[in-house]
Design a binder for this molecule. Structure first.
Ligand SMILES: Cc1cc2nc3c(=O)[nH]c(=O)nc-3n(C[C@H](O)[C@H](O)[C@H](O)COP(=O)(O)OP(=O)(O)OC[C@H]3O[C@@H](n4cnc5c(N)ncnc54)[C@H](O)[C@@H]3O)c2cc1C
Length: 407
């Protein structure tokens, strides 16, 4: 049987990026994905600007397929009484469609030498001084394996069992739902201007989460999401209908168009797993919980982790040491780069999603908090938040600007 240096299960942005950097480093790489590409994926399709700061090698593949940048964001409080209108000072977020974007990253990996096997479902693993990946198209042998198939990753379940981590529950998992109706360039130009202003509504239909409209060239990406603890108790279709009607009333959706259908996907919202390795194995992206608990942004974290993993994979291949202890270098590496950020976001999400009326109110009073908010949501400052402390700032504002409302 042909042996690969590394077999990557899942060809989404996290898996494809890992494959890209691994193949570029001269490794023999196989990516296995169950879908036929190009394939769509439920997503807002918003990329933070820092992606290109961290992954410049991918820029030439991704830049040409970007739909448009967005230059500002309007964040509404649940009552719509308060609104933050924030213009991004430097890096703008980029709008993409996942069908095109994911295919481009996977093709980038192929371009530098990764083998790609699509329409092939990963079923199980056998560890035998390496790993045999059992799939719907036969068995494949690798020296190492990467779990990047998303929130229900089988390798992640094995890591949890080995390392004593409980499965996510409804307080830790979320669901996000969306659709991309075509409304025409004229409507998007007129309503969202050349700035392609992003629109965020906190707590739509009482859900602990937010609704969004991310305008692309001629389509609108509309969606909402939140923690399962509240999403599971609501009637999705009704909330969706209400949200579209709200957008219609405010002129953000064509009045003569019918309510589009809606589709959704799970989203881990508890921050990254406490362990992302076991012998021969690394977890990357959604499978490792690398998603912002505040905004649901996961593309950047998964892709960046994919790049960071290469150092550890290379060291394992060179030394022949595939033990969990040795592979834990990867866990330390991504933790050092964005682990603290995700932990801070967890805490800030608690405040912002529980008390959104108040947080938007503070944002309207305090320009600095407003900047922090925009950064936490959209990662617009290269290098992250730096020394700015969101929690301290929010507490400071609570004292400076007394708020007597609800929520
Ligand atoms: C509605 C919604 C909106 C979102 N909006 C944004 C946003 O605007 N910006 C952002 O940054 N993030 C957003 N996210 C999060 C983002 O979609 C994820 O963080 C991102 O897709 C993670 O990439 P990944 O490669 O880890 O996993 P995925 O993109 O889920 O890729 C996993 C791949 O594994 C394959 N696979 C699954 N099971 C198997 C199997 N058994 N065998 C073989 N292959 C398999 C799948 O076909 C898929 O291609 C959103 C999520 C949702 C649900």
């Amino acid at each position: 049987m042909n042996e690969y240096d590394v077999i990557i299960c899942g060809g989404g942005p996290s898996g494809a990026t890992t494959a890209f950097y691994a193949a570029k480093a001269g490794m023999k790489v196989l990516v296995i994905d169950k879908s036929k590409f190009p394939r769509d994926k439920a997503c807002g399709g918003l990329l933070t600007a820092r992606l290109f700061d961290e992954l410049p090698e991918l820029e030439k593949y991704i830049k040409p397929i970007i739909e448009c940048p967005s230059r500002d964001v309007n964040l509404y409080s649940p009552s719509m009484k308060y609104k933050i209108d924030f213009e991004f000072p430097e890096g703008t977020p980029w709008n993409i469609t996942r069908e095109v974007f994911d295919n481009a990253v996977l093709e980038a990996a192929r371009d530098v030498g990764a083998e790609i096997l699509t329409e092939t479902r990963v079923r199980d693993f056998e560890f035998n001084g390496g790993v045999t990946v059992q799939t719907s198209n036969g068995d494949f042998k690798g020296k190492m394996v990467i779990g990047a198939t998303g929130p229900n990753d089988k390798l992640a379940t094995m890591v949890r069992e080995k390392r004593n981590i409980k499965p996510w529950n409804d307080n830790q998992m979320g669901t996000a739902l969306m659709w991309e109706p075509v409304v025409g360039k004229e409507f998007v130009d007129k309503t969202f201007s050349d700035s392609r202003s992003l629109l965020v509504h906190f707590k739509p239909g009482g859900i602990e989460g937010y609704g969004w409209v991310f305008p692309k060239k001629e389509i609108l990406n509309i969606g909402f999401g939140g923690y399962n603890r509240t999403i599971k108790s609501v009637k999705i279709k009704e909330i969706w209908e209400d949200y579209i009607n709200l957008l219609k009333e405010d002129g953000y959706f064509p009045k003569d168009q019918k309510t589009p259908p809606v589709k959704g996907a799970p989203l881990p919202l508890d921050g990254p797993l406490k362990a992302t390795t076991m012998d021969y194995t690394l977890l990357i992206g959604d499978s490792a919980g690398m998603v912002s608990p505040l905004s649901g942004e996961g593309i950047y974290y998964g892709m960046h982790a994919g790049k960071l993993a290469i150092k550890t994979i290379k060291a394992a291949l060179e030394t022949g040491d595939y033990s969990q202890k040795h592979l834990d270098q990867y866990h330390r590496d991504w933790n050092e780069v964005f682990g603290k950020e995700l932990r801070d976001l967890s805490f800030f999400a608690l405040m912002a999603l529980k008390l959104p009326e108040r947080m938007v109110y503070y944002g309207t009073r305090d320009e600095k908090l407003c900047e922090i908010f925009a950064d936490l949501f959209l990662g617009v400052t290269p290098g992250g938040l730096g020394k700015r402390k969101p929690i301290t700032r929010a507490i400071f504002d609570a004292i400076r600007y007394p708020y007597f409302g609800l929520g």
